[in-house]
Design a protein around this ligand. Structure first.
Ligand code: TXA
Ligand code: MG
Length: 331
């Protein structure tokens, strides 16, 4: 399916498609989503088929505004009110206890539901016109890199999607921060553009941070992003520190490998024979914005291996390092 520029007529058509139980990919500020009517179990099942995603992995329901939370959540705790008031529309998904009528297909059989109001004019117009919730995972094949351009969705899903709304490049570039407010204590399930510090600042309490190590059994995985390899290029990808970069490149050259490099800041000297090199922005938000498109770019070049130079391991870079850890292994 070819992307269509998201003007009013296209959005009206997209709303019709959603009402008919069809799949519509649409832009958000984080990544493109693969949307279906969240109240239609049959439509939601089509998302899993299109992505090749296991059916027990829950989806985020996208809603037009804070007032719509009540249609999906059984109760809205104070913490949810505070975070939503502060960060919505924005790249934050909240996990809350679900209302009984929310289809189990959406929630992976759990009694909680993920909700978010995206901060993108096309997504908001679509949701307002549709007037209900749109379940939407990232519009990529399961475990692959999330799309940040409409063309990526076409490359990933082809005709498995009925319509692709083109709203340009996603500004944030990595998936939303996810905070679970369904238990006794707030828990950070996935780091994102909105940082742990920002959330703790609003809530005035500490978040529990879930560790990958806790989620080793596939059957226990509730957050697909917690799987060891996720958001990954098809080409073998490794990450390494600045200190090891030159040695690793030399080593790979000796083996005759075609290398792609995603460089943070190391000066490699004469780059003329090094092959495919992408120099990344030095600032974290700018880096995040182009991370997935850069990985895709290298992935398309028929290389033997992609080497990623590790950016700083600080809190500001947490979401990026989380995604890089899942896209690469250590060399
Ligand atoms: O930025 C985003 O969140 C993008 C855009 C399209 O909004 N969506 C996205 O969806 O990243 P997806 O499906 O790729 O990731 C959603 C994550 C999954 O890791 C899922 O397990 C988690 O949200 N999730 C959804 N509902 C949940 C629930 N009830 N309990 C725990 N985790 C949940
Ligand atoms: Mg995803």
């Amino acid at each position: 399916m070819k992307p269509i520029f998201a003007n009013d007529a296209a959005i009206d058509q997209a709303v019709d498609f959603l009402r008919q139980g069809r799949l519509v990919a649409f832009p958000t500020e984080t990544v493109y989503g693969l949307g279906a009517d969240a109240s239609n179990p049959k439509a939601v099942r089509r998302i899993f088929l299109a992505k090749g995603r296991p059916i027990d992995h829950p989806l985020i329901v996208h809603i037009p505004n804070l007032a719509s939370v009540d249609a999906w959540a059984l109760s809205v705790p104070e913490a949810a009110q505070q975070l939503a008031a502060h960060f919505w529309p924005g790249p934050l998904a909240l996990i809350l206890k679900k209302r009984p009528e929310v289809p189990l297909e959406v929630t992976g059989g759990q009694d909680t539901v993920g909700l978010r109001v995206p901060d993108h004019p096309v997504a908001l117009r679509l949701l307002q016109a549709f007037g209900s919730g749109v379940a939407a995972p990232s519009a990529n094949r399961f475990c692959r890199i999330s799309p940040t351009l409409a063309i990526h969705v076409q490359e990933e899903l082809g005709d498995a999607v009925d319509m692709i709304l083109d709203g340009g490049a996603c500004q944030v570039g990595v998936e939303s921060t996810i905070v679970d407010l369904s238990g006794a204590q707030p828990k950070l399930l996935r780091p994102g553009h909105i940082t742990r510090n920002q959330i703790e600042g609003i809530l005035q309490r500490e978040l529990i941070v879930s560790h990958q190590e806790e989620q080793t059994e596939l059957s226990q995985i509730r957050v697909p992003g917690m799987m060891a390899i996720h958001y990954a290029p098809v080409t073998r990808a490794v990450r390494c520190s600045e200190a090891n970069l030159s040695t690793i490149i030399a080593d790979l050259f000796k083996q005759g490998k075609k290398i792609g490099l995603l460089i943070y800041h190391t000066d490699l000297g004469d780059e003329s024979n090094l092959g495919a090199i992408i120099r990344m922005p030095l600032q974290a938000n700018a880096y995040a914005q182009v991370l997935y498109s850069s990985l895709r770019e290298l992935d398309s070049q028929h290389l033997d291996i992609i080497v990623v130079e590790q950016p700083p391991l600080t809190e500001t870079w947490r979401a990026i390092n989380d995604r890089l850890c899942k896209a690469t292994s250590t060399y």
